[in-house]
Ligand binder design. Sequence first.
Ligand code: GTP
Ligand code: MG
Length: 553
Amino acid sequence: QRALRRLLSCPGTVAADLRREEQFSGSAETGSEDRIPKKRFSEVQEERREQAQRTVLIHCPNKISEKKFLQYLSQHGPVNSHFFYESFGLYAVVEFCQKESVASLQSVTRTPSRGAEAAIPFRSRYFSLKLRNPSSQPSEQSSVQCSNQSSPSSKKLFELLCCAESVDDQLTALLKTFQLTEENTKLRYLTCSLIEDIAAAYFPGCAVRPFGSSVNSFGKLGCDLDMFLDLDEIGNFSAQKASGNFLMEFQVKNVPSERIVTQKILSVIGECLDHFGPGCVGVQKILNARCPLVRFSHQASGFQCDLTTNNRIALKVLSCFILYGALDSRVRALVFSIRCWARVHSLTSSIPGAWITNFSLTMMVIFFLQRRSPPILPTLDSLKSLADAEDKCIIEGHNCTFVRDLNKIKPSGNTESLELLLKEFFEYFGNFAFNKNSINIRQGGEQNKPESSPLHIQNPFETSLNISKNVSQSQLQKFVELARESAWILHQEVKERQSSNQPWGLATLLLPSVANNISFVKKRKKPASERIKNLLESIKSSSTEHPTDTNGK
Ligand code: GTP
Ligand code: MG
């Protein structure tokens, strides 16, 4: 509860959703839990989806009067909220109070005539607003306030981190600066909703929902938008409820496997996005991957999108991450820092390859927090043992059951500071026996590797799979070396901290201008990875002899 309250003081997406969730589920303080029905993430998601269906995206002229713009739109019905943002032009996201307003606006919108080019007529909720007489618009009308949709510059990050008072504050500041904003979340749901309109032309009643880091509480501004085409409602056999002796079934085409169903559906949606999807460019159908997907850029929102379907286990991973992120505020702060650290040092990349993914790094942080004494996070097996009949979930033969009610989970008694945890994370993985052991958050213990991939991180729900099978020995080695060197730098820094304008703490590890510090340290002190490991061990043994307060300032 205490941890959740701390988390809820952050303005981020899921934090905001959870805040609403807490509001609906009541709080222990008011004792209102029994009176007010609980609101699950799926319900919050449904609300946001409905909100997105009442929302439109408008490409605006650069010079525009906000007042006149809103006056013009409100002819179609009251506007609930709106914001502007910039992405190769000025855009507005406008949420009407009623869905009918969107239809009204569409009814007065014309298809553009483009001179030599011919337009494919397609009515979407993505519009372009033109001024009848642009030259008559006074220049002061251009000053609309824009909401920021991208992560801060290195310079801003540098200033922010150097102004912080402790390493703990640095980690918290990083989280607050990089986490998704309310507006960015709205834009993500709106983009899903626009794609849903296109998919619904083939599959009426479908839903396109965000998943992955857009909604798992670990997403940072600029992260990709993973989408899930949900056809469950269509496949639902609710008609069985009908009375009488007859049972109706749809006539359908059958194919040999679920995988082929997925490929066929994504193939046709991919074609549609390519041919008719306004703003959808660079559409690639990657149908032979283990998890088939359609990848494209949504130009207006600036999101790189991955669309999948028939991927219910990924939704379970999503709920599991949301739960872990909400259990203790240190989880998100640590995950964000490690993700940023990995990105700065090119351990992760937006291009698929032999590198570690953010997904794997998140598992590593969760595992590390399960290994603390006392543990900060419970194992997935213990969450399973707390589950009741309502939580039971079996997908394709895999038991995906775990408790979903935060209140049933005992808060951790661990009070370690973020600074200590960051240092210990680097040390733990700098010394981890990757050659022998696998990482698995189900048991929360080091297990023997069942196969010979350099890095083995067990998929928590499909336990025979390794989520980091792609990682090469050299990438793993790079991770280990950087982890050792980062632990070393943080240990060194304890005494030398805050010499005015010098980067310190997390800044030393993160900023590109000082990311090279590590190679600088390398040149100056030639710290071979093994040497750092030994040095760290000696520091550790001396600090157990003379313990100092590591619980932050
Ligand atoms: P970002 O790097 O911020 O996009 O993090 P992410 O968590 O969104 O990762 P990504 O976009 O690579 O993948 C989206 C989701 O797909 C993840 O959250 C997982 O649920 C799932 N996923 C990604 N990689 C794997 C994998 O190797 N195995 C399994 N089972 N699921 C994966
Ligand atoms: Mg993603």
